[in-house]
Design a protein around this ligand. Structure first.
Ligand code: GDD
Ligand code: MG
Length: 352
């Protein structure tokens, strides 16, 4: 079985992290975002993943692919656009890679910035059970206006009546979670040009009554923006607590709630860490530090008595002693916050 991950775009909403790293490789839970997806695809029996890319820094992506092709024993290839083709055009571009056998096996398509439990085996069963052309995963959210909204038919429970991308008026609260399982025939509907699967392809398939939606169990979040990234991290750690307790989460007197600490990180005396914190490899957390609701990426040093809350500290940065970083601040790679400095969104721009 094959899969496409849509990894286009510049990740502007996750700047300044994405100045140094393509969005799909930004760490989430101490591993690159798309690795969560690739591992889930492998577990569901996918043997080849096509990364549909159009952004800069392809050499960084290339190194990632080389490393994980070996580690995961999977084929991972690129399909590179010369200009952005939207969310459907990349499938037309990768057509030959997706259709190299006659079996008619469906393929997965994933948005690269969503995080969830990836119940992909259940999705394969769901797709088989209705036998139609396309399946999409849906989830419920409070504010559906920034997503694609899926309206279900009343008579046939799982069949989609209509699909409305970013609706201006309320049409429903079930939204497209960015995970699809499509029959190869869907490729015949897509032209090789910039085109949107949400605006041009799904509405058409729905009008022909060939689009079905499976309600995603468990948590879901689009982590392409700092606040949502931190909310997604909280949900992910909570999921680990319930499903893999003890294995991946830290414990001890200085730990509160769900905290993930890489084994190579060093934590000093009298720190208070948590809840909802991820600390990456090689980090040094000096004595007396307070961390909550935050991500501290690889190689960061947090100096004595500093406090970081509801924020993301990018790779190899330093936070000075008695400094305070708060309120959804995002520090990029190699940023140095002076001793006793206060950085928070209400006082300074969000991007530092
Ligand atoms: N290869 C390629 N080329 N990929 C692209 C391009 C492109 O030109 N444009 C966007 N993508 C990728 C993005 O990297 C992302 O993985 C995915 O397509 C969706 O794009 P976003 O920019 O993240 O869209 P969104 O978050 O506003 O909306 C989408 O996701 C929601 C769920 O998070 C839509 O699919 C909505 O319907 C959905 O609800
Ligand atoms: Mg998105």
């Amino acid at each position: 079985m094959k899969a496409v991950i849509l990894v286009g775009g510049f990740g502007t909403r996750l700047r300044p992290l994405t100045f140094s790293m393509p969005k799909p490789l930004v760490d989430f839970g101490n591993k690159p975002m798309i690795l969560h997806q690739i591992e889930a695809l492998k577990a569901a029996g996918v043997t080849e993943v096509v990364l549909a890319i159009n952004q800069q820094q392809p050499e960084v992506m290339l190194n990632f692919v080389k490393e994980y092709e070996k580690k995961l024993e999977m084929k991972i290839t690129f399909s590179q656009e010369t200009e952005p083709l939207g969310t459907a055009g990349p499938l037309a571009l990768a057509r030959d890679k997706l259709l190299d056998d006659e079996s008619g096996t469906p393929f997965f398509v994933l948005n690269s910035d969503v995080i969830c439990e990836y119940p992909l085996l259940e999705m394969i069963q769901f797709h088989k059970s209705h036998g139609a052309e396309a399946s999409i995963m849906v989830t419920k959210v409070d504010d559906p206006s920034k997503y694609g909204v899926v309206v279900m038919e009343k008579e046939a429970k799982a069949r989609v009546e209509s699909f409305v991308e970013k609706p201006k008026h309320f049409v429903g609260d079930k939204i497209n979670a960015g995970i699809y399982l499509l029959n190869p025939s869907v490729l015949d509907r897509i032209e090789l040009r910039r085109t949107s699967i949400e605006k041009e392809i799904f509405p058409k398939i729905a009008s022909e009554k060939k689009l079905y939606a499976m309600v995603l169990p468990g948590f879901w979040m689009d982590i392409g923006q700092p606040r949502d990234y931190l909310t997604g991290q909280r949900m992910y750690l909570d999921y680990l607590r319930k499903n893999a307790p003890g294995e991946l989460l830290a414990s001890g007197d200085h730990i509160l709630g769900n905290v993930m600490v890489d084994e190579t990180a060093v934590i000093g005396e009298r720190c208070l860490i948590g809840p909802d914190v991820v600390i990456g490899p090689g980090c040094v957390i000096e004595p007396g530090v307070r961390l909550f609701g935050c991500t501290v990426m690889r190689g960061v040093r947090i100096k004595e008595h500093a406090c970081v809350s509801d924020s993301i500290v990018g790779w190899d940065s330093t936070v000075g002693s008695w400094a305070r970083v708060a309120d959804v601040t995002v520090l990029g790679k190699d940023v140095h916050v002076a001793d006793a400095e206060v950085i928070q969104m209400s006082a300074k721009p969000e991007i530092v």
